[in-house]
Design a protein around this ligand. Structure first.
Ligand SMILES: C[S@@+](CC[C@H](N)C(=O)[O-])C[C@H]1O[C@@H](n2cnc3c(N)ncnc32)[C@H](O)[C@@H]1O
Ligand SMILES: [Zn+2]
Length: 308
């Protein structure tokens, strides 16, 4: 990834307002309709700031490399990606892929390692963290944009994946349809969103979130640090069950992941939960079939019919 917008990315970009291509204009991009897009650190910025995803700008700056495979002893992101793809990761080789809501870039790194040409898109300033993490991969390009107004033409990508993102938008179904529309006929969409099945968990965490989403991020972050010792208490038989129901925390065994995931749960402004039936209906409505249900939460993949 270089400091300028490379030609391969420029060729893919389309104005979200009129659909036209961009030309370089000094250090910015300009569309024929007159809209100008700022470019900072080589990343086109299709949003003015980080809008409703400020908690993620904070989170991924704090935990820039916690979940990055290349910075860890275990290839957890690769393993999770594999479990959601329903085909060997080698399938990624030569594919044009969109990581919709790439965060600090952990899954983009996996796709790049397996030979895909990857575009990472994120609304938050996590995109700058992704840039630092992925600077060694010439096959990765990044854009800061809202996935509901994507700067790409319909039916552009062989694979669009969106892991843990759509439930953090104001309307997960609308966001899904916007992302799914970017998949080529015969291409693949893979995603996961939170599930709504565990009612006790949903009820108590929604109760706490009414307070936690109003706290300053730094204060909330330190409060979430309580998850580090609480984990040991919550690992006990009866008291653990009560604790997990009354004040849920992440039960990740790695304490940094636990702290990060607890903050990730209690901080975002939007957080919706869904069922498999609901998500399957989104896929079918967008013209996808061959649905595959992956492990954990509501994890699903579909193949876009070629008659779209
Ligand atoms: C929980 S993080 C997941 C990041 C990454 N997919 C991962 O699993 O590490 C959710 C990400 O979605 C991004 N996001 C939320 N709403 C978005 C939107 N409308 N457009 C683009 N990105 C969005 C946030 O900025 C954040 O980085
Ligand atoms: Zn335009």
């Amino acid at each position: 990834m270089s400091g300028a917008v490379g030609q391969p990315l420029l060729d893919l970009l389309r104005c979200p307002t009129c659909g036209g291509p961009y030309q370089r204009h000094g250090d910015r991009l300009q569309c024929a309709c007159g809209i100008v897009v700022a470019v900072r650190s080589g990343i086109p910025r299709f949003v003015d700031d980080d809008g409703y995803v400020k908690s993620f700008s904070f989170e991924w700056q704090k935990h820039a490399r916690t979940q990055l495979d290349s910075a860890s002893a275990v290839a957890r992101s690769e393993r999770d990606f594999q479990s959601r793809l329903d085909r060997p990761l080698e399938w990624l080789n030569g594919k044009l892929v969109l990581d919709a809501g790439c965060g600090m870039g952990r899954y983009a790194e996996v796709a790049a390692r397996y030979g895909a040409t990857v575009v990472g898109l994120d609304f938050s300033f996590a995109i700058d963290v992704a840039r630092a993490n992925l600077s060694g991969w010439p096959n990765v390009q990044l854009v800061q944009a809202d996935l509901t107004r994507p700067p790409f033409a319909r039916e552009t990508f062989d694979l669009v994946y969106s892991f843990g993102v759509l439930h953090h938008t104001p309307n997960a179904e609308q966001s899904f349809l916007a992302a799914a529309d970017l998949v080529k006929p015969g291409g693949v969409m893979a995603m996961f969103v939170y599930s709504s099945y565990n009612k006790a968990f949903v009820y108590s965490s929604d109760f706490w979130r009414r307070l936690t989403t109003k706290l300053p991020y730094q204060l909330l972050y330190w409060l979430c640090g309580a998850s580090v010792p609480l984990y040991y208490l919550y690992s006990l038989p009866v008291i653990g069950l009560i604790g997990k129901s009354c004040l849920p925390i992440s039960m990740e065994s790695d304490w940094r992941w636990r702290w990060l995931d607890t903050f990730d749960w209690y901080s975002p402004r939007f957080q919706s939960k869904h069922t498999h039936a609901e998500v399957a209906s989104w896929f079918l409505r967008a013209g996808f079939d061959q649905l595959f249900i992956g492990p954990g939460e509501v994890t699903m993949l579909g193949v876009r019919g070629s008659d779209q």
